[in-house]
Write a protein that binds this ligand. Structure first.
Ligand code: ADP
Length: 160
């Protein structure tokens, strides 16, 4: 059984993340979504809210997905959870340099855990959770960036 770990903040999960999950599930039997929880980093949504949104949005494939929060290095957590690969998404231009550094650092920490990259659909290649939050602040339409359930949760946060 091939297991991959997909780490990120998912604050909130966007259609770009969903696209990467769907692609990864074609190759991996099981996926562990690892939500980074950094007490020094402020997030819009709590860990519980982020988990709830992921569960709702990926309901139809939850039998192959486990959601965990991350409290240690991704490579260590990947190994402890029986995963062989770290899954990452690549967007237009910006992600490469950071991912390049992270992959080499992770390899130095554990040579058995490799990283694998998926390119998202073109229409999501400029999409980030940060962009979504910026658009939300100015009441822009989020329909083409996040699933309906997430849109509703963002609206509750910003407009109620
Ligand atoms: P963000 O950078 O949007 O705040 P995360 O920290 O949650 O997102 O990112 C987790 C992983 O998902 C990273 O590998 C990131 O490159 C990838 N990712 C995020 N948004 C997209 C997208 N629109 N298309 C492809 N990959 C994405």
């Amino acid at each position: 059984m091939k297991t991959g770990v997909y780490p990120g903040s998912f604050d909130p999960i966007t259609l770009g993340h969903v696209d990467i999950v769907k692609r990864a599930l074609k190759i991996f039997d099981r996926l562990i979504i690892l939500i980074s929880v950094n007490p020094r980093k402020q997030t819009l949504f709590t860990k519980e809210e982020r988990i709830d949104m992921i569960e709702q949005v990926l309901a139809e494939c939850l039998d192959r997905i486990t959601i965990r929060t991350s409290d240690t290095l991704t490579v260590h957590q990947a190994k402890n959870l029986g995963a062989t690969h770290i899954i990452r998404g690549l967007r237009a231009l910006t992600d490469f340099e950071y991912e390049f550094q992270m992959t080499h650092a992770n390899r130095a920490l554990d040579k058995d855990i490799d990283s694998i990259f998926f390119m998202t659909d073109n229409k999501y290649s400029f999409l980030s959770s940060t962009t979504v939050k910026e658009i939300a602040q100015f009441k822009g339409d989020l329909s083409s960036f996040v699933p309906k359930y997430v849109k509703q949760k963002i609206e509750e946060k910003f407009y109620k």
